[in-house]
Design a protein around this ligand. Structure first.
Ligand SMILES: Cc1ncc(COP(=O)(O)O)c(C=O)c1O
Length: 414
């Protein structure tokens, strides 16, 4: 039976971590990103929800869910990265002041200087929707490439934000390569959430934009008298979100940073595999990347994110689709007194993993290693809401991807 695998990072390096984390997220950046996001018309802080009853049931001190299903009207955190990268790009192109606002960028004078720019990106759904939304708000065009497996609902959501959508006969990684090639020919500006050689500034800005999630979280935790979470379980596709989380907390708290568990689908576990191989390099995950966690269906780590995760993260988990499906159902059927949270496949997987970690006897060694128990305050990011309604109903109503009996959970050998 397919297993939920976990792997202790045996090569974290405190000195290297300090460097790579601050390189990615310099200390003044989260405040700047937050200031930018706050002045976007219609922007709202996403809620931090407490699943106190579930925490007691699982033997934890608290479970805190940063609910990105309620981020703007886009049901995912992704818009934070795309919008901040476009803003930085335009500011650099026009040599504008640090405090240039969103309103300045849509002023008639600046619009006249810029003309109409076409922003292009590859996506498995949410990032493309965010880029399309930001381009649209700023009065520019967008072209979005999606892999073959992208569902109609995800494509429609991107189109509704004004983008032209191209379906590529391949995976997310193929779409990334294709959009880069076509953009060169057509003079489009690529806003990718992953980096490659010679293309790093924009994905770094994307990751910096994600820090708004954690800056808001810290403020919300302070509001209930908490200094920091003790553990963060965070989902990864190319690893940009996870690296932003790790680098943010490292920059803020140094060695008092929470413990980080990085979660991927078994069938697209590129970071897990790279840690397992253990020579410090990032490896491509071969295969069709089939998973219900569309947002995490990526075969190639973002090299910038990889450096941070390799140097700083604690544990890597690769899990089958049924773990994400369980997470969706646990969110959708809360214990009495806990809030109902709408969570899609990629959003819910970390709650699924947390329930396994706390409930399966085979995972006692992992619990010990993480020091996770009654004192723990665990932070999860519900990174998407119901972004694919047909699939959401299949899982939550019809019980698709039930947890099979007799599963085995083990530490992977490195
Ligand atoms: C809902 C959702 N969660 C998490 C992720 C993972 O982000 P990253 O690719 O930066 O690891 C994505 C990426 O598309 C996503 O759409």
């Amino acid at each position: 039976m397919e297993a939920l695998n976990w792997l202790l990072n045996r090569t974290p390096d405190a000195a290297a971590c300090k460097r790579t984390a601050v390189d990615l997220i310099p200390r003044d950046v989260p405040a700047k990103a937050r200031r930018f996001h706050n002045q976007i018309p219609g922007f709202r802080v996403s809620p931090l929800q407490s699943l106190g009853r579930l925490a007691s049931m699982l033997g934890l001190g608290g479970i805190w869910v940063k609910d990105e299903s309620q981020r703007c009207e886009l049901s995912s955190f992704k818009v934070l990265g795309g919008s901040y990268a476009i803003y930085q790009l335009l500011k650099r192109q026009l040599v504008l002041e640090e405090q240039t606002s969103f309103a300045d960028l849509i002023s008639p004078e600046i619009r006249k200087t810029l003309g109409t720019i076409t922003f292009a990106t590859a996506t498995d759904g949410n990032h493309g929707r965010g880029v399309a939304w930001a381009a649209n708000k700023l009065g520019h065009r967008s072209v979005v490439y999606v892999p073959r497996a992208t569902t109609g609902a995800r494509i429609d959501a991107i189109r509704q934000n004004g983008a032209e959508v191209h379906v590529i006969d391949g995976t997310y990684d193929d779409a990334v390569a294709q959009v880069d090639e076509d953009a060169r020919r057509n003079g489009w500006v690529v806003v990718s959430d992953t980096a490659w050689e010679g293309y790093e500034d924009i994905p770094r800005w994307v990751m910096q934009g994600y820090t708004t999630i954690f800056a808001e979280t810290q403020e919300q935790l302070a509001g209930v008298g908490m200094v920091r979470p003790s553990h963060v379980l965070i989902q990864a596709g190319v690893g940009s979100l996870a690296a932003a989380a790790v680098a943010f907390y490292r920059g803020l708290l140094g060695d008092a940073s929470p413990k980080f568990v990085i979660v991927e689908p078994t069938t697209a576990a590129c970071l897990f595999e790279s840690v397992r191989i253990g020579d410090g390099k990032a490896y491509k995950f071969e295969g069709p990347l089939d998973t219900i966690m569309a947002g995490l269906s990526c075969g190639r780590p973002n090299p910038l994110a990889w450096q941070v995760l390799r140097d700083c993260a604690d544990v890597f988990v690769a899990c089958p689709d049924y773990v994400a499906a369980r997470g969706m159902r646990v969110y959708a059927v809360p214990l009495r007194g806990d809030p109902f949270i709408v969570s899609g496949e990629s959003g819910a997987v970390t709650l699924g993993v947390l329930t396994f970690i706390m409930q399966r006897p085979e995972l006692a060694p992992l619990r010990d290693l993480l020091g996770i128990g009654p004192q723990a305050q665990v932070l999860l990011v519900n990174s998407e809401g119901n972004t694919d309604p047909d699939y959401f109903r299949q899982v939550v109503w019809e019980g698709a991807h039930t947890v099979p009996p007799g599963i085995v959970i083990r530490e992977a050998s490195s």
